[in-house]
Structures are given as structure tokens and as C-alpha cells.
Write a protein that binds this ligand. Structure first.
Ligand code: UT7
Length: 325
């Protein structure tokens, strides 16, 4: 019996040129390099130029992914952009990216699950591919969180950065075994009881403004490790794989302490954890594809490696994707 699996053809990333270090931030708010490094593991983050918008970042990451996959843009039949910082309220920034890439067919839409956005988008792309509704899907995570930060609030402005990453998935026939390439399983969760712990205090319907990010950091921290490990365990239960079968654990990059604690609880050695948070902070939906691309570019991530992706963020939303690269 043959199955259709969503196989990664290529990936790409883009980080804006401007770098903001912890020392730069100490000139803006009452903070220090020591505090930020000790509490989060972050050393610097990238900030989009005034004339750069989310779709520009996403387009550049997508162009890299197309080149990496060695395919033409017009062979893509679906674009899913995970973002919480769209260019405009509408149309979807995915449509801007579709236009920038010169694609005039198929469909493009945005997906909003904050830091879990890329996991939600990958899972959705996988459903389109498995059902035969799409053959090649461009999945992008792109954010300009610098535009929604309150630059006077030291408890949040030191944590986030801008960036974009993309992967291209293609439906390929599979024998359905766990060692074949492609997405093996995905698990999405949300629970709106936590919606006020991490949110933006503006929006088109409620305030008519864009608003600023607000977070009860400790509350998010308190729930993060449990939610992450639960949904990773769901992926293990669905596939029969276990932590020792993983070649790489590529988590959402919010805080190095959360990453380390999650890996420890799951029994995954730190040598198998891809960490990029020190270099670009929390880039929300862009953080996982940025980390994937870094590991692929530097040769750590190799074909057929078994990889666990996971994220948790505002809503709360959380989820995991287990795949063979
Ligand atoms: O993708 C999901 C999104 N978000 C997250 O995953 C973030 C989850 N939360 C966290 O990562 C952590 O809770 C933070 C990094 C946000 C904060 O770390 P913490 O260890 O939980 O610190 P705290 O909030 O308990 O604050 C400790 C102290 C406080 O001072 P007092 O009350 O003890 O005098 C804060 O006012 O640190 C102070 N503080 C700062 N000091 C210097 C808060 N922010 C800063 C800062 N610089 N930037």
C-alpha cells in the first residue's frame, strides 16, 4: 500500500541587516547584558529596516528556499504564511509574497497562531498534501515583532526580534514506514483560557489600532515546559518512536532555559538540540524555520535525519511536528 508523505525539498532564511545587541538595549531601557543573557540566553536580535515589511522578509526567505530546492516559483500551488505581524490588516501578506514571487496560480493565505504559527502551517500544509489538494506547498514563518513591541517595557522588548524562514514541501509516494522521508505526524493544541497571558493590546475590531505586545512572562514560562513535552509525547505515541530515535530536536526559540528544561524532561541530550535563540531572540513564527535552515546550511541536518519540531505561544497555542528530513 502506498501513502503520500510531505517531503521537504528545500529551505531558506532571511535576517534583516540591522543588529540590536543587549548593550544597545541597555541604552534604551533599564536592563543589562548580564540579566538578558542569564534569564533568556539571548545576545542579539535583528531588526527590520523602516522600509522593510513582513512580506519582504518572507519573500527573501522563500526565494532562498526555492533556490535551495532547485525549483521554479510557478510550480508552487499553495503558500501558507505563519505570521502575527502582517503588512496590513488585509489582504493576507501571503498574497503579497505570492505576487513578489510572480506566482499567478494556486492559493495563498496567512495563518495566525503566534509562536506556534509555523507548526500550525506545516501541519495544515501536510493535510493539503496528504489529501491530494496540493502537490507543492511553500510554508513560511515571517515576523516583524519590532513593530508591535513597547520599547519602554523592559520585560518584553528585550526578548523578540525580526526574521523569516521557509520550507518547501512536496507530496511524494511513501511506503508508510517510519524510516521513510517526510512528515510522520503532527499535533496541534490550544486553550483560550490562557489568552490574556500573552497578547497584543490592539487590533482592528477592538481598538482600531495595532497595539503592543503584553506578556505575563512567568505565567508563560510556568506552562511552557509541560505543554511542550505533552505534545512531543503525543508525537512519540502516534509513531512508536522515542526520544533516543531523534537525530535533532528543533524547538521554538523563545528562551534557552525553556529549551534546556524541555530537552531534559524529554531525555534528549543537548548535543541534539538546535539552538539559535542567542543570535536572534524570539522571532515567533519564524524561529523554527530559521533554526532548521541554520542546521541544514551548516551540515548538521542530513537527509533522512529524524527531527522533532515543537512550539508554544500566545493563546496559548502549542504543537509538534515529527519528520524525517
Ligand atoms: O514563545 C512564547 C513566548 N514567550 C516566552 O516563552 C517567554 C516566557 N517567559 C520567560 O522567558 C521569562 O519569564 C522572562 C525572560 C520573560 C522573565 O524571566 P524571569 O526569570 O521569569 O524573570 P521575572 O519576570 O521573574 O523578573 C525578575 C526580575 C523582576 O524584578 P523584581 O520584581 O525581582 O525586582 C523584573 O522586574 O527581573 C526584572 N526584569 C528585568 N531586569 C532587567 C524584568 N525584565 C528585565 C530586564 N532587565 N529586561
Amino acid at each position: 500500500m502506498t501513502f503520500i508523505r510531505s517531503v521537504v525539498l528545500g529551505c531558506g532564511r532571511y535576517l534583516p541587516k540591522k543588529i540590536l545587541t543587549n548593550h544597545d538595549l541597555a541604552d534604551i531601557v533599564d536592563t543589562s547584558n548580564e540579566w538578558i543573557v542569564q534569564r533568556t540566553g539571548i545576545h542579539r536580535r535583528h531588526i527590520a529596516a523602516d522600509n522593510e515589511v513582513t512580506s519582504d522578509l518572507g519573500t527573501k526567505a522563500a526565494e532562498c528556499a526555492l533556490a535551495n530546492a532547485g525549483i521554479q516559483a510557478d510550480t508552487i500551488d499553495l503558500i501558507i504564511l505563519a505570521t502575527s505581524t502582517p503588512d496590513l490588516t488585509f489582504p493576507a501578506s501571503a498574497v503579497h509574497i505570492q505576487h513578489n514571487l510572480g506566482i499567478r496560480k494556486g492559493a495563498a493565505f496567512d495563518m495566525q497562531a503566534v509562536c506556534s504559527g509555523f507548526i500550525y502551517a506545516l501541519s495544515t500544509a501536510d493535510m493539503y498534501i496528504q489529501t491530494g489538494k496540493a502537490k507543492r506547498v511553500l510554508v513560511i514563518g515571517a515576523e516583524t515583532f519590532s513593530r508591535i513591541l513597547d520599547w519602554e517595557d523592559r520585560t518584553t522588548c528585550v526578548l523578540f526580534g525580526d526574521g523569516a524562514g521557509a520550507v518547501i514541501l512536496e507530496g511524494q509516494e511513501s511506503n508508510g514506514k517510519m524510516d521513510d522521508r517526510g512528515i510522520l505526524t503532527s499535533h496541534l493544541r490550544s486553550d483560550g483560557i490562557h489568552r490574556e497571558k500573552l497578547y497584543v493590546d490592539g487590533g482592528p475590531s477592538k481598538t482600531g489600532t495595532t497595539g503592543h505586545l503584553r506578556m505575563e512572562g512567568q505565567e508563560v514560562f510556568k506552562h511552557a515546559v509541560g505543554m511542550i513535552t505533552d505534545v512531543v509525547d503525543d508525537a512519540f505515541a502516534a509513531t512508536g518512536l522515542k526520544a533516543s530515535d531523534l537525530d535533532w530536536f528543533i524547538p521554538h526559540q523563545a528562551n534557552e532555559r525553556i529549551i534546556n528544561a524541555s530537552a531534559k524532561k524529554l531525555g534528549i541530550p543537548l548535543e541534539k538540540v538546535v539552538k539559535t535563540v542567542s543570535k536572534h531572540g524570539n522571532t515567533s513564527a519564524a524561529s523554527i524555520p530559521l533554526a532548521i535552515c541554520e542546521a541544514a546550511e551548516d551540515g548538521r541536518l542530513k537527509q533522512n535525519d529524524t527531527v522533532m519540531l515543537e512550539a508554544m505561544g500566545g493563546g496559548f497555542t502549542w504543537g509538534s511536528v515529527l519528520l524525517n528530513w
